[in-house]
Design a protein around this ligand. Structure first.
Ligand code: ADP
Ligand code: MG
Length: 247
């Protein structure tokens, strides 16, 4: 799907350096509305850095990123505003420990988006229900498992009604029995047409959730293909080698 949707993100030739070290080298990527892109690649190849550039957490040094036609690589971009549209969920999500689940979720809608509490609360409760955690709304983060905290993190991103959500290895720190419950939430979002860029090392999940697999190595996109193609006939030796390790 989504070959014809509006282009939400148009990434052209972005470069990123840490000191002398180039960690992104001419990355091109287009993301259309409704599309699910999975980014795979060995540790250190630049996956997190790429997502962080798309969320304004790292500046780029060359190339450009457009979100719905707006250039994100020039000075004066309002990232606080943009992060409402481009949400992100991290590997280690920490809620504010002194606030309940529901107050953690409502922070963005109320403080950033200045929405009315009853409406924001109603949506937050619907989202909590969708991830099976409505009964935990008055809990504090310390009372939750890692998998539950990550589901809350996803709800927190969704509560801003973003156009796109970036997921950076959101199950990597979880005990194995909690991985599935988080992946299932993301699969559900894919079915509902949410636009997502997902960095993961869960190959079975990548195959089932992705419309397109983007394989990175050493700061470059090595290969981009439909999952059935990528997992059965990867075009590059690097991707073959990577898949041999993971499968
Ligand atoms: P991945 O997510 O694919 O494992 P990263 O994007 O985290 O890779 O890192 C890409 C490269 O950039 C790595 O070599 C890493 O050590 C380096 N790097 C990441 N963040 C920083 C930073 N803040 N300062 C210096 N080097 C960094
Ligand atoms: Mg990473």
């Amino acid at each position: 799907m989504a070959q014809t949707g509006e282009i939400l993100l148009d990434i052209k030739g972005i470069n990123k350096f840490f000191g002398d070290r180039q960690v992104l080298n001419g990355i091109d990527l287009q993301v259309r509305r409704g599309e699910v892109i999975v980014i795979l690649g060995p540790s250190g190849c630049g996956k997190s850095t790429l997502l962080r550039c798309l969320n304004g957490l790292e500046p780029v040094q060359g190339g450009n990123i457009q979100y719905r036609g707006q250039n994100l690589t020039e000075a004066g971009v309002n990232w606080r505003e943009l992060r409402q549209h481009i949400g992100m969920v991290f590997q280690n999500y920490e809620c504010f420990p002194h606030m309940t689940v529901i107050d953690n979720i409502l922070l963005g809608p109320l403080k950033v988006q200045k929405r009315e509490r009853p409406e924001a609360l109603q949506q937050a409760e619907q989202l909590l229900d969708r991830v099976g955690l409505l009964d935990r709304k008055h809990d504090y983060p310390r009372q939750l498992s890692g998998g539950q905290k990550q589901r809350i993190a996803i709800v927190r991103a969704l509560s801003m009604n973003p156009d796109i959500i970036l997921f950076d290895e959101v199950t990597a720190s979880l005990d194995p029995e909690m991985v599935r419950e988080v992946l299932d939430v993301i699969l559900g979002l894919a079915k509902q047409g949410m636009t997502m860029i997902i960095v993961t090392h869960e190959m079975g999940f990548a195959k089932s959730v992705g419309d397109r697999i983007v394989f990175m190595d050493q700061g470059k996109v090595c290969e981009a293909a439909a999952p059935e193609q990528f997992f059965t006939q990867p075009a590059t030796e690097r991707a073959q080698h990577f898949l041999n390790i993971f499968q």
